[in-house]
Design a protein around this ligand. Structure first.
Ligand SMILES: [Zn+2]
Length: 149
């Protein structure tokens, strides 16, 4: 018997869809991570759509720069577009382009890294990444960007 198939979060682990996986150092199940971030969003009055929209707007701005840095309002953004497509770890049959974005917030110097898949994961699944994962977006940080604080 394949033990791995008993693991509902197997596609989130390192070496399955992404080299580093989606969970970082988080030991919680994916559904727990989604549930807790959902509670945080509710508490701070923010929707997954609002977070996905701001991240998508940074990707759209960065696309103007052909992989060079682009001034995008509060941010300097830079895009990396690799060949190929990547599946969603939640398992539906829909592929995302391999776009990675680095964004540095002017003033604070706060730097975030996320992907086109991150935007999908947040918008469609409410999944912001495991704690300690490189691509995690903190709902509280997103609230501060959106509210300009
Ligand atoms: Zn998905």
């Amino acid at each position: 018997m394949d033990m791995k198939s008993d693991d509902p979060d197997r596609f989130f682990r390192p070496g399955q869809i992404s080299r580093d996986g989606f969970l970082g150092t988080d030991r919680r199940a994916v559904r727990e991570i989604v549930r807790e971030d959902g509670e945080t969003l509710k508490r701070i009055g923010l929707s997954t759509e609002a977070v996905a929209d701001i991240l998508q707007s940074l990707i759209d701005a960065a696309k103007q720069g052909l992989e060079g840095p682009v001034d995008a309002g509060d941010w300097i953004v830079r895009l990396d577009w690799a060949r190929g497509l990547v599946p969603c770890p939640f398992g539906e049959r829909r592929l995302q382009p391999k776009i990675t974005l680095e964004a540095v917030r002017k003033g604070s110097g706060e730097t975030i890294l996320f992907s086109q898949l991150s935007v999908h994961l947040i918008r469609e699944h409410g999944f912001f990444g495991g704690a300690g994962s490189v691509f995690r977006i903190e709902p509280e940080s997103a609230a501060a960007w959106i509210r300009g604080i």
